[in-house]
Design a protein around this ligand. Structure first.
Ligand SMILES: *[C@@H]1O[C@H](CO)[C@@H](O)[C@H](O)[C@H]1NC(C)=O
Ligand SMILES: *[C@@H]1O[C@H](CO)[C@@H](O)[C@H](O)[C@H]1NC(C)=O
Length: 283
């Protein structure tokens, strides 16, 4: 299998890495890193990298042609310093609920040089994800790179300091997305930046409270930029710099690209540089 994973983990509780492969029909096999010797101590003392590699190798060596394999890192102590480097995750575009890499309740996670094709999010981050660096990720097919859903329950914790840089998204249905949250006591999203992203035939960006720098490409939906925020929790502090997205109708040739539109509801922020479609953010 063209799949390598090096998980350098001081301790890696709370991080769930799901790698789904091949046909959707068969039952999923699960490979728990604890069974391969990982230790989830609270202080991040024990190096569990070898356990991660062993679990991942077992997942790849299993009957992968027939089954989806999931590498599981159970919740436990504090988590810190997990790196997922040089990884290929492959699942059919029509396979449901197959997030490539799912990050939850984890601090200091790096995902670098990943090639992910799947039927759900390529990378998703939910409650309690902080200090996450996503670098050089190729995504498609798939939903894209997403944060959330957040705020379904009052105790959900914030997502902070997420950096996505140098991503290539092709044919992603949601692009770069922060799923909306509306409830009053929901978790917050702060310090998210997307930069250096090239999108092909995606669905633009749908977001809140973040910065977008140097994003370019094509959107398969006419509204390439969508800031749809609730009246009770409007999106504020959005910054866009050099964001250029064109509309490419499905099945049209590249030459038939058209101007795209942007949509803003309860969205406030500023735009700099070359922003097309023109920003609809208000101060
Ligand atoms: C944000 O996360 C990065 C890792 O992606 C880390 O190096 C940096 O120190 C964090 N910044 C803050 C203010 O915590
Ligand atoms: C865009 O992606 C859709 C599926 O999401 C596909 O049907 C279409 O052919 C793609 N168009 C181009 C120009 O790649």
């Amino acid at each position: 299998m063209p799949r390598r994973a090096h998980a350098h983990a001081a301790v890696a509780a709370h991080l769930l890495v799901s790698a789904f492969v091949a046909a959707a029909a068969a039952a999923a096999a699960t490979y728990n890193v604890i069974d391969y010797g990982a230790v989830g101590d609270d202080g991040g003392v024990t190096d569990s990298a070898r356990a991660f590699e062993a679990a991942w190798a077992a997942a790849c060596a299993g009957d992968a042609a027939a089954a989806a394999a999931t590498v599981v890192v159970p919740a436990g102590g504090a988590s810190a310093g997990v790196a997922i480097v040089d990884t290929v995750v492959s699942a059919p575009g029509r396979s449901p609920n197959t997030d490539g890499i799912h990050i939850k309740q984890s601090t200091g996670v790096t995902v670098r040089n990943a090639v992910i094709g799947t039927g759900d999010d390529c990378v998703s981050m939910v409650e309690g994800s902080s200090d996450v660096l996503i670098e050089a990720v190729t995504c498609g097919p798939g939903h894209g790179i997403s944060i959330g859903s957040l705020g379904d329950t009052p105790e959900q914790v914030a997502v902070r300091n997420i950096t996505v840089k140098g991503a290539a998204l092709a044919g992603t249905t949601n692009g770069l997305r922060i799923k909306t949250w509306a409830k009053a006591n929901a978790g917050a999203v702060a310090g998210v930046s997307f930069s250096g992203v090239v999108m092909r035939n995606g669905s633009g960006i749908e977001i809140s409270g973040v910065s977008y720098t140097d994003i370019e490409g094509t959107s398969a939906t006419a509204t390439a930029v969508r800031f749809d925020c609730s009246p009770s929790r409007p999106c504020a502090g959005i910054a866009m710099r050099d964001v250029r997205l064109r509309y490419q109708p499905p099945a049209a040739a590249a030459a038939e690209e058209q101007p795209a539109a942007s949509f803003c509801r309860n969205a406030h922020g500023v735009a700099f540089g070359d922003v097309d479609p023109p920003s609809c953010l208000t101060e």
